[in-house]
Ligand binder design. Structure first.
Ligand code: 3MF
Ligand code: MG
Ligand code: MG
Length: 396
């Protein structure tokens, strides 16, 4: 790590709204075809290590920290008190809480299953998470619906399932309004997270765009309380341009929270750390977010690879992920301030100055040379990414 250089200090890292999930640090390397390669990591260790690295915010699923059977019981209070103590001791804040609605057998038919007792249980679990959020000082709640979908066609009726899913979110928002008033705090920002496949074969809300239309569908009693938590790789997985998906969320005023990671198009959810696969696309994404004043969390929702040790998770994986993010964010600032890009963009926006706007041939002729600037801008972005604009020689 010290041979690599280029690391930021914990103090500098803490200036960014970077959040570290409990589940990311605690991921043991297991999957359908994989046995674990690492030992479990509890929240006290995660919080201490995030603090040491300079990750100033922590987030969690309810069941990352509280066993399912202890939820809503005395065990929950004790654990929440221990979390508060650990956060205070290390100067960390809890940014976000989320309900696990995908792992436990109770969610086999999704949190919006036909059986009313499942849906009542789901509504209680979501409200309980909101309660934990207020107790820990969180500002956001995230909802990845997980198994909201099906394996075999015709088994469920989609419009009914979506209406039932909305009832769960409505219950969470209602509970939040009461809890916020009781705690004298603002309500949480409720953020939906889409993923196009996994863990079901077919997903009812597969993209951030699908979720935007769900938020605006009339099924939600408090659509103003509900926004999005897009995940970079989840958009890439269905073949989207993540930056365009984020732009649509920004346009709708719903880009509130952002899961940052990396991976490959049209493949499964590999959750590689930010910038290791698509650094140029990441730079462009951050130019969009910086230029629009996005000030929500950047949540490190990735999985340290199975080949990384328990020690490596905190010694290499998290600090390098944070440092790549910060570098890309700073480069995005550089790209926004870059005089070449600014001049090229201004020239494109000025257009060719054709007076007769019904003359297609004249418009083409007047813009032909200008449009070459698209390629120049792309070159400039790559130059900034690889430091080429500052000059580089190796073997001349
Ligand atoms: C799954 C995910 C989830 C969500 C989390 C937030 C385990 O692919 O991305 O992480 O981000 O459930 O609620
Ligand atoms: Mg993912
Ligand atoms: Mg995620």
């Amino acid at each position: 790590m010290s041979a690599c250089g280029g690391a930021y200090s914990p103090e500098v890292r803490r200036r960014y709204f970077i959040t570290g999930p409990q589940w990311a640090a605690a991921y043991e390397g297991h999957a359908l075809f994989h046995a674990p390669t690492r030992k479990p990591v509890g929240f006290e260790d995660t919080i201490r290590e995030y603090a040491r690295i300079g990750i100033g915010h922590w987030c969690t699923h309810d069941t990352d920290v509280i066993p399912t059977g202890a939820l809503g019981k005395d065990g929950q209070e004790e654990i929440v008190a221990r979390i508060r103590k650990a956060l205070a001791e290390h100067g960390l804040e809890c940014s976000m809480v989320t309900t696990e609605t995908f792992h436990h057998a109770v969610w086999a038919a999704s949190p919006a299953a036909e059986a009313p007792e499942v849906r009542e249980y789901a509504a209680w679990r979501l409200a309980n998470t909101v309660k934990i959020g207020h107790e820990l000082g969180a500002k956001f709640a995230v909802y990845w619906p997980g198994s909201l979908g099906y394996y075999v066609q015709g088994a469920i009726e989609e419009t009914q399932t979506l209406a039932w899913y909305a009832e769960g979110l409505n219950a969470a928002c209602e509970a939040d309004l009461k809890l916020a008033a009781r705690h004298g705090r603002p309500t949480l920002k409720h953020c939906m997270e889409a993923k196009p496949f996994e863990p079901q074969a077919e997903i009812l809300l597969p993209t951030s765009d699908a979720m935007l239309s769900f938020i605006a569908s009339g099924l939600l009693t408090h659509p103003e309380m509900v926004g999005l938590n897009p995940e970079y790789l989840h958009e890439l997985m269905w073949g989207a341009a993540p930056r365009a998906a984020l732009a649509r969320a920004l346009t709708a005023g719903k880009l509130w929270h952002f899961d940052i990671n990396d991976g490959y198009r049209l493949k499964h959810d590999v959750d590689i750390a930010v910038g290791l696969v698509n650094p140029l696309d990441w730079l462009n994404v951050l130019v969009l977010l910086r230029s629009h004043g996005y000030n929500g969390p950047f949540n490190l929702d990735y999985k340290p690879p199975r080949t990384t040790s328990n020690h490596g998770v905190f010694a290499v994986s998290f600090p390098t992920a944070v440092d790549r993010f910060i570098t890309l964010w700073e480069m995005a600032g550089e790209a926004i301030a870059d005089p070449v890009i600014a001049e090229a963009t201004a020239a494109l926006k000025a257009g060719g100055g054709v007076k007769d706007t019904r003359d297609a041939e004249a418009i083409v002729a007047a813009n032909r040379e200008l449009l070459t600037l698209h390629e120049l801008i792309a070159h400039r972005m790559v130059q900034i990414l690889i430091g080429q604009h500052r000059g580089r020689t190796f073997s001349v």
